[in-house]
Write a protein that binds this ligand. Structure first.
Ligand code: ADP
Ligand code: MG
Length: 344
C-alpha cells in the first residue's frame, strides 16, 4: 500500500485543493441530489421543500483544547458550528446526529457534561437529536455532527448566486473568537508556569465568550425572511472574512471591493488586539470561528434592511477580472488573500 516512489505530501495541497482533488471524479447521479460538494451544505429534493445537509468533524488537539474548553461548552459549540452551515444555505435546521470516539481518559460523567451542552443547543435552536454512533478511540475525543435543515425551494441560497454590484453584508462583528483564543492560550501558558495564578479575565469577557460559547445566526435567517429578502449568495464565516469572501467571489465568478472602516469589530476586540500588538482588522480577516453570516443582496433590497443594526454593509461585488480587494484606512487597495490551511 502507498508504494508510489514519489508520493505527494499533504502539505502540497491546501484543504480546499485536497477536497477538490479527491472528489473531482464523482458525478451526481441521483435526481434527488441538487447540490453535492462545494457549498456549506448539500441540497436534496426529497419533497416539496429542499433538504440541506451538512457535516463537521472536531478533533481534540486540532479543533479544541480541553485545558480551557469546558465539555459543556464544547458540546454546545459543536452543535452551533454545524447549524451555522445550515443557516448559511438560508435554511432552518431541524435535526442533528452526533457521533463520538472517546478514549478511556474520559468517564461517563464527563460525557454527560458534553451532552448537557449538546442538549442546551438543541433546545435553544429547536433541533432534535436523532442518532449518531459511538466508538472507543486510542487517544482523545473526536466529535462528528451532521445537521439537517429545510427551506422553501425559492429561498435556497448558494455561494454561487451573487451578481456584480450586489451589496456585501455581514452579521454581527468579527475577530472576537480569534482574540479570545489568544487570551486563553496566553493564560494557559501562564498557568503552566504558575498554577496558583488567578487571572482577572473580565475585561476579555466578550472575546472569551465568542471563542467558548459561539452562537450561530438563526436570527438573521428569520429577519431576512421577515423582510422578504432572499440573499443572492451566502456563506458562514468559519475561517475568517478574507477566506469566505474569496469562496463567495470564486463561486459566483466575481470580484469585490470591501472597506476596512466598514468591517464591524467590537471595541473590546480592538482593545484586546492592541494589547496583544495585533491588528484587529487582521483578526477579522484571517482569524476564524466567528460563525457570522456573509451574504450579498440586490441593491433594490437595501432599503428594507438598512436600518437593521444586526448587519453591516462592508462593500460590493465587482467583475471577476477586477479581483478581490480591501480599501484600507490609508486609502490603499490591498488584495484579499486566503490564509493557508495549517492543519497539515
Ligand atoms: P465548511 O467550512 O462550510 O464546513 P468545508 O470547507 O468543510 O465547508 O467543505 C467544503 C465542501 O467540501 C462541502 O461541500 C463539504 O461537504 C465538502 N467536503 C469536505 N470534505 C470532504 C471529503 N472528505 N469528501 C467529500 N466532500 C468533502
Ligand atoms: Mg460553512
Amino acid at each position: 500500500m502507498f508504494e508510489n516512489k514519489n508520493p505527494t505530501p499533504l502539505s502540497d495541497y491546501g484543504e480546499f485543493k485536497l477536497i477538490e482533488h479527491l472528489t473531482k471524479n464523482f458525478s451526481l447521479t441521483q435526481k434527488t441530489t441538487l447540490k453535492g460538494v462545494g457549498d456549506d451544505g448539500a441540497v436534496l429534493k426529497l419533497d416539496d421543500r429542499l433538504t440541506v445537509l451538512s457535516t463537521d468533524l472536531l478533533i481534540e488537539g486540532i479543533h479544541f483544547d480541553l485545558s480551557y474548553m469546558p465539555l459543556k461548552h464544547l458540546g454546545y459549540k459543536a452543535v452551533v458550528v454545524n447549524l451555522s452551515d445550515i443557516f448559511a444555505m438560508n435554511a432552518i435546521a431541524n435535526q442533528i446526529t452526533v457521533s463520538i470516539a472517546v478514549s478511556n481518559r474520559f468517564n461517563v460523567d464527563s460525557l454527560e457534561e458534553l451532552y448537557s451542552g449538546i442538549s442546551l443547543a438543541c433546545k435553544n435552536f429547536k433541533v432534535d437529536l436523532i442518532g449518531g454512533d459511538t466508538s472507543s478511540s486510542v487517544q482523545g475525543l473526536t466529535i462528528s455532527i451532521t445537521a439537517l435543515g429545510q427551506v422553501a425551494k425559492e429561498k435556497i441560497t448558494y455561494r454561487s448566486g451573487a451578481n456584480s454590484n450586489d451589496i456585501l453584508m455581514v452579521s454581527g462583528d468579527l475577530g472576537g473568537a480569534y482574540m479570545g483564543l489568544q487570551v486563553l492560550e496566553r493564560e494557559k501558558a501562564v498557568f503552566k508556569v504558575n498554577p496558583q495564578s488567578k487571572p482577572d479575565l473580565s475585561k476579555y469577557s466578550y472575546c472569551i465568550e465568542r471563542q467558548l460559547k459561539p452562537e450561530s445566526r438563526k436570527d438573521i435567517i428569520k429577519i431576512l425572511d421577515e423582510l422578504n429578502i432572499v440573499p443572492t449568495s451566502m456563506i458562514d464565516i468559519s475561517d475568517g472574512l478574507s477566506s469566505e469572501i474569496l469562496h463567495l467571489s470564486k463561486s459566483s465568478k466575481l470580484g469585490c471591493l470591501i472597506y476596512e472602516e466598514k468591517i464591524p469589530i467590537d471595541q473590546e476586540v480592538k482593545n484586546t488586539a492592541e494589547e496583544f500588538k495585533f491588528n484587529s482588522t487582521t483578526a477579522a480577516l484571517n482569524g476564524g470561528e466567528d460563525y457570522e453570516l456573509l451574504f450579498t443582496i440586490k441593491q433594490i433590497d437595501y432599503e428594507k434592511i438598512k436600518n437593521n443594526n444586526l448587519v453591516s454593509v462592508i462593500g460590493y461585488m465587482t467583475d471577476e477580472k477586477l479581483g478581490c480587494f480591501m480599501q484600507n484606512n490609508l486609502n490603499q487597495k490591498i488584495e484579499l488573500v486566503a490564509q493557508g490551511w495549517k492543519n497539515f
